[in-house]
Design a protein around this ligand. Structure first.
Ligand SMILES: C[S@@+](CC[C@H](N)C(=O)[O-])C[C@H]1O[C@@H](n2cnc3c(N)ncnc32)[C@H](O)[C@@H]1O
Length: 415
């Protein structure tokens, strides 16, 4: 039986015999907030420490460990004497702990948002303390938050979108039991938001199944648990009344924001065609009414995807390159970008040029890279079934592992 730490997290089974010794140390609550390593990662670290000794000292501040809980556990298991260094006391301790922990973990934007909400009270406490001390600018370029901006600051520290942080805060009020599921990666913020709107008894029934099968499609689970049938879209309205009619849990894609419904004319694809490998299967991930899918087929490609497929949750069985014009509303746009990178295959996303800026997106561009195919003219999108002739924003193909150069400027021939 795994025991809980002060933070409420379980100690992983691999801590084994080190647990009693581990508990003799005192930890900063923020240090305990970050999820534990997976067992294989931890065993590799323990093996390394056993062979090479402890290379990076464990950091303490005011008698509390602020970084190095895995290194400490590995030392205790490997019988290596732990070595400690004092934190230098410069800047925001919370930001520093986060900056040490986050890059080492493969956390989704949803998990990071849950961590950001955990961090909020500590960040606020830290900010007050530092303001009392008269310091306003923290190390790592992080500025101490002012009232009302705490979520934005927490999002920045945790490396996620602040709208997700706001969403997690709302879920925490409606259905606090879902936060743990987000934290461990069983639920995305979006799915937890869907579940939070269910009446409590139904929500609990669905959550029980999600815990047993985190990889299954949530719609399917809701359909099965709540409706008693598989795969179907669910049944109940926000307040739980069914009125005998099936209720659309997730809005169909078409009814999302107006800014999501800019369909692609054929000529917008022309500049990209020379860079798409002949014979490749292209996934059109935001199918919409099938405009871009049709142009790709016309150009001789096999096209995977469908109007019903949720890009954020599903993918076709076989595909080589993702080519799509995704929704432009937020947070959908960021979710599409994050998912495109996470899939690990070449992609081309047709996005407004201003998607070049934005802190959340920059993390991906900086860490993973980005190639741009920039047309010299704006695209007149198809809106409400009409080909417009007044494009009011510029777009480019945002690509990854697709173009031979980082920037290619092209002529756009409208036809
Ligand atoms: C800008 S439109 C482009 C449609 C199509 N790709 C094209 O180029 O004509 C974006 C489309 O993405 C759809 N969409 C929004 N969220 C989605 C999701 N999670 N999965 C798949 N499609 C989604 C919207 O309904 C909308 O039709």
């Amino acid at each position: 039986m795994r025991r809980r730490l002060a933070s409420g997290q379980h100690m992983p089974a691999y801590c084994g015999q080190a647990e009693a010794k581990f508990r003799q140390y005192s930890f900063h609550p923020v240090c305990e907030m970050f999820p534990w390593m997976s067992e294989p990662e931890f065993l590799a670290l323990a093996e390394d420490i056993k062979t090479n000794g402890l290379i990076e000292a464990i950091t303490r501040y005011k008698d509390q460990i602020v970084d190095g809980k895995h290194r400490l556990t590995a030392c205790l298991i490997a019988g290596v004497k732990p070595r400690f260094a004092e934190w230098d006391g410069q800047g925001s301790l919370i930001s520093w702990i986060a900056s040490k922990n986050l890059p080492r973990r493969h956390l989704t934007p949803s998990q990071r948002a849950a961590i950001a909400v955990d961090l909020l009270p500590e960040l606020e406490k830290d900010a007050k303390e530092r303001q009392r001390e008269g310091g306003r600018v923290a190390k790592n370029g992080a500025t101490i938050p002012v009232a009302g901006k705490a979520s934005q600051f927490a999002a920045k520290v945790a490396g996620t979108n602040y709208r997700y942080v706001e969403a997690v805060k709302a879920i925490q009020k409606q259905a606090p039991e879902l936060i743990d599921e987000i934290r461990v990666g069983n639920l995305t913020v979006r799915d937890a938001g869907t579940l939070a709107r269910l009446p409590e008894a139904r929500r609990n029934a669905v959550t029980r199944v999600v815990k047993q099968a985190p990889d299954r499609n949530l719609d399917e689970i809701i359909g099965k648990v709540v409706n008693g049938r598989s795969g179907a879209r669910p049944i109940t309205s926000r307040n739980g009344a069914t009125n005998g009619k099936p209720f659309n849990f997730r809005k169909p894609f078409e009814t999302w924001e107006k800014s999501d419904e800019y369909y692609t004319p054929a000529y917008a694809l022309d500049p990209l065609l020379p860079y798409l490998l002949k014979g490749a299967t292209i996934w059109e991930g935001a199918w919409g009414r099938g405009h871009l899918a049709g142009h790709l087929k016309q150009a001789g490609f096999r096209v995977a995807g469908s109007p019903k497929m949720d890009f954020l949750q599903e993918q076709p069985r076989r595909w080589d390159i993702l080519v799509t014009n995704p929704p432009y509303s937020q947070p959908r746009k960021d979710e599409f970008i994050a998912r495109a990178y996470s899939l690990g295959k070449p992609f081309a996303l047709l996005l407004p040029i201003d998607a070049l800026s934005g802190e959340y997106r920059h993390q991906f561009y900086r860490e993973r890279g980005l190639e741009l195919l920039v047309p010299n003219r704006r695209i007149d999108f198809i809106v409400d079934g009409e080909q417009t002739d007044a494009a009011n924003f510029a777009t480019a193909w945002f690509c990854w592992r697709l173009l031979p150069e980082r920037l290619i400027c092209v002529d756009l021939a409208k036809r």
